[in-house]
Ligand binder design. Structure first.
Ligand code: SF4
Length: 400
């Protein structure tokens, strides 16, 4: 079994809005191993993307990662901080969240990189694609040339040059070597005529081509962990398949670990080694692909699997999961299973407490199959089932 490169522990991210505190990520824990593709799956609003942003410290105000640990295996960093900040070091691992802000920022690129959902809105329309990839290469080049603690976007040159570059951006910022590397990266991700295409603007690229360009940009720093947030959502099915194949080939060739965020169980089945199923900010079930697809325990996982068409055995109607993701506003969440009002097996017990995430399904294919549901520990008891309309009656009572 490969070693872990990333160990995420009890990560919590909140958004402080006028409506109240939104618990977007609620105690998420998972490990990512060397060279694996770890999948996080769930419907819109389940907290997948915020989890991804939290991992690489990109959550913006009014959001904030409020607690939790992100342990990243990096011997060099561990040695650097072992004496100065012992709480941030455990063997070869450092807790990224306890590192100084400048160091965390310097990890974006060579340690963690991200492919965003929508390439069309992620590229700057006024700069060529080549310039934007070259800029990412240039940032990494300057980072390598400077001591870690002084790393920033302005590395490697003085304040005067930085001010000039901020007034006259783009090509003056990057060196020819970085532009050459950008062309190489475009070629690596399968863009034909990369020299010419590097001089084109984002609107001259098709959706699939632009997604390839974004992958090239994400690879600029040769990251250890690539976070791919719905990388194929905006693409049609044939292009989607091409992009997934490209990602898998790159992951194998570069030896990267990938965190694949998607709402699409087909993408998970095709790409991932292990998977976490997210609902209402929590991972409610996690395990190997076989655990989760062959022996799902959580009714939400079962619902997700039941709502995808089976070409070998087409059912007359798909079985949707009724209802919507609940409000994640702290004051409205309550101490109960957050899936209870959509769960076909909800019982009285499910309303007494938030199910612990330490349950283990007997007979699972390995010891990592974990489920946050009372059904992991006991059988469904029809005599305890909530009657139809239970939650509607509660709402009415609360309104009165
Ligand atoms: S804890 Fe209860 S309500 Fe929640 S998913 Fe499990 S069975 Fe359903």
């Amino acid at each position: 079994m490969a070693d872990e490169i990333l160990k995420v522990r009890d990560l919590k991210t909140r958004f402080f809005t006028e409506e109240g505190q939104v618990n977007a990520v609620e105690g998420v824990s998972f490990d990512v191993r060397d060279g694996e593709i770890y999948g996080i799956v769930g419907e819109s609003g389940s907290g997948k993307s915020v989890t991804a942003l939290s991992l690489i410290d990109l959550v913006e105000s009014p959001g904030r990662v409020t607690s939790g640990e992100v342990w990243y295996r990096n011997t060099e960093l561990a040695e650097e901080f072992r004496d100065e900040n012992p709480e941030a070091v455990d063997g070869e691992f450092v807790d990224v969240r306890r590192l100084p802000k400048g160091v965390r920022r310097s990890l974006r690129g060579p340690s963690f990189s991200m492919i965003f959902q929508d390439p069309m809105s992620s590229f700057n329309p006024s700069l060529t694609v080549g310039e934007q990839i070259a800029e990412a290469v240039e940032v990494q080049r300057r980072a390598r040339a400077n001591p870690r603690r002084t790393r920033s976007r302005t590395q490697g040159y003085g304040l005067g040059k930085m001010l000039v570059d901020s007034l006259v951006p783009s090509k003056s910022y990057v060196q020819d070597a970085s532009m050459d590397r950008a062309v190489e990266l475009l070629e690596q991700v399968g863009i034909p005529d990369p020299v010419d295409r590097a001089d084109e603007y984002p609107h001259q690229f098709s959706g699939g081509m632009l997604q390839r360009a974004m992958i090239a940009q994400a690879l600029a720093g040769e990251p250890d962990v690539l976070v791919a947030d719905e990388p194929t959502t905006a693409l049609d099915v044939t292009i989607q398949a091409q992009i997934l194949n490209l990602l898998r080939d790159l992951q194998r060739d570069e030896g990267m670990s990938v965190v694949m965020i998607t709402h699409d169980l087909g993408v998970i089945a095709r790409m991932c080694d292990r998977v976490g199923v997210m609902y209402a900010g929590e991972i409610v079930e996690r395990g190997t692909l076989e655990d989760v697809f062959e022996n799902p325990v959580h009714p939400y996982t079962q619902g997700l699997l039941g709502s995808i068409p089976d070409l070998a055995d087409p059912a007359p109607r798909l079985q949707p999961i009724e209802g919507n993701v609940p409000s994640l506003i702290d004051s409205e969440m309550g101490d109960r299973c957050y899936f209870a009002d959509r769960c076909p097996k909800a019982m009285e017990d499910c309303l007494q407490r938030i199910p612990e995430f330490d349950a283990e399904k007997a007979g699972a294919s390995d010891d990592e199959h974990r489920v946050r549901c009372v059904l992991a520990e006991r059988q469904y008891d029809e005599s305890q089932a909530l009657h139809d309309g239970h939650f509607e009656e509660q709402e009415v009572a609360a309104d009165d």
